[in-house]
Design a protein around this ligand. Structure first.
Ligand code: ADP
Ligand code: MG
Length: 462
């Protein structure tokens, strides 16, 4: 719903792009917890596809079972069997043929896995997602804020001759324009200005284009800060050529370069460096081993910086210079090739790809609201290494579902055959039926234990 100046916005309201200034009137802890509660409630309300399938089949099964019970009762009677014997056999049949254990096969393993993952900092939003996570066979990771720590720092400031600005003036204009942005690069620029004790003038007309950069009016200038290729756009005037050369120089050094323009003319280039997360390389390796395909890096950043960082993380498949819709296309192309793609991202620019993916995971700490909302699961503490573990846990849960269905089927078949072919005493029938239901239920709950997470971690090789 569109909001205007003075309107009340609720906690959990999502701002697409652009900046929003809101006054906080209530304690934040209320709303954060409330949001978690809603997410968890939603998770337990959804049903896994297997469960839905079972429930559909179960309806018909139950009808068939009633008909069969009548047959088991009436057919022997017609051939002159005695009433009590036939009635007892039919009642025993109805009990042992009931699909209680089948119905209980699916949800306990999946919900237990969700609870266990939650304790280890992974919020899986639904049973559907827990079932799907284990199916992924390809991975695409975002760079800035996902593979990197998302706390980049401005390391280089290059001025363009003729702008008449010094480093502080350049940084002031850039930081003022970046101030309203949620992007990690924006925070780096603002922090650099703060460290120098620069006072930031107010910015007006703020706008941000995911994957490109920001624009704002500062001190009467129309300032833009963003990706060199997008802002310079191949312009051949001396200032643009010089800016492009400076940017390439920085990129060759593994920096992310952003160009600052005033009224359309380049006035400087900033070099920004971000560290790889400490668990990035091991995560990439175990995701590769789990899915059987080499993970792909997709980023809006330039190819030079991307390739360099990818090499450090052990990724060879690099797609750089992507806009949000290009990321979607990259994911779709893989899905068309028959892959089920897991996307891991953090930014507003990743949200469309997170939505298009078979399964999407967002970084919880540094991630933007939009990414968190769009993703199917959230790594609350930003531990990348938890991703392969939760994939392995999901596979264990799926394995348990199958195991449970087999147990249930074996019990039902054995008891039914016993009842029809021989004489199954009623108490024994009840015991076998309830016993199998309890076994299946408890079997699923095994995934609640800490040991299940540890075993999943060992399987993931993390
Ligand atoms: P990634 O896909 O690696 O997370 P983004 O798509 O968010 O990266 O950004 C891609 C490029 O767009 C950045 O490398 C930068 O050049 C430019 N950019 C995006 N947002 C901003 C911003 N707020 N300030 C400056 N540059 C930005
Ligand atoms: Mg990002």
């Amino acid at each position: 719903m569109a909001k205007g100046t003075g309107d009340e916005v609720f906690a959990g309201t999502i701002n697409g792009t652009g900046a929003l200034r809101v006054r906080v009137e209530r304690d934040a802890s209320d709303s954060v917890i409330a949001r978690m509660v809603t997410m968890v409630e939603e998770a337990s309300r959804t049903k896994a596809p297997t469960q839905l399938f079972i429930e559909k089949v179960e309806q018909r099964y139950s009808l068939g079972m009633v008909a069969a019970t009548l047959a088991v009762f009436l057919v022997p009677l017609a051939f002159g069997a005695d009433l009590t014997g036939a009635l007892l056999r039919a009642m025993t049949f109805m009990i042992v043929a009931s699909p209680c254990a089948v119905v209980l096969a699916t949800m306990p393993p999946l919900l237990s896995a969700i609870a266990n993952a939650g304790r280890h900092g992974v919020l899986v939003k639904s049973a559907v997602v827990m079932e799907r996570l284990g199916q992924v066979d390809a991975v695409a990771l975002d760079k800035t804020g996902t593979l990197t720590e998302g706390t980049p720092r401005v390391t280089d400031i290059r001025l363009l001759a003729g702008s008449g600005l010094d480093e502080n003036a350049l940084l002031t204009l850039a930081a003022a324009a970046e101030h309203p942005s949620e992007h990690p690069l924006a925070r780096a620029v603002v922090d650099a200005a703060r460290e120098r004790g620069l006072a930031l003038p107010a910015a007006a007309d703020f706008g941000s284009a995911p994957g490109i950069g920001v624009t704002a009016t500062v001190d009467g200038y129309a300032i833009a800060v963003g990706a060199p290729t997008r802002l310079l756009n191949g312009a051949v005037d001396p200032a643009s050529v010089r800016a492009a050369a400076l940017a390439e120089q920085l990129q060759d050094g593994g920096r992310t370069a952003v160009v600052v323009t005033a009224d359309g003319r380049p006035i400087g280039v900033l070099g920004i460096a971000d560290r790889l997360r400490p668990d990035a390389a091991t995560t990439v390796m175990s995701l590769g081993a789990l899915t059987g395909t080499a993970p792909m890096l997709f980023t809006g950043d330039n190819p030079r910086a991307a390739t360099r960082l990818a090499a450090e993380a052990g990724i060879t498949d690099v797609r750089a210079g992507l806009l949000p819709q290009d990321k979607v296309e990259a994911v779709r192309a893989r899905e068309r090739a028959g892959r089920k793609v897991l996307v891991i991202g953090d930014g507003v620019n990743d949200a469309p790809a997170l939505a298009a993916a078979h399964t999407g995971i967002a970084m919880g700490r540094a991630g933007s609201d939009l990414a968190l909302e769009t993703a199917d699961a959230v790594i609350v503490r930003d531990e990348l290494a938890a991703v392969p573990v939760v994939v392995a846990l999901s596979r264990r849960a799926r394995g348990l579902v199958v195991q449970n269905l087999v147990i249930a089927a074996v019990f039902i078949t054995a008891l039914v055959v016993w009842d029809l072919a021989g004489t199954l005493p009623l108490p024994l029938g009840v015991l076998g039926h309830e016993g199998s239901t309890v076994i299946v239920g408890l079997n699923g709950l095994r995934l609640l234990r800490d040991g299940a997470w540890k075993r999943a971690r060992a399987e993931a090789g993390a």
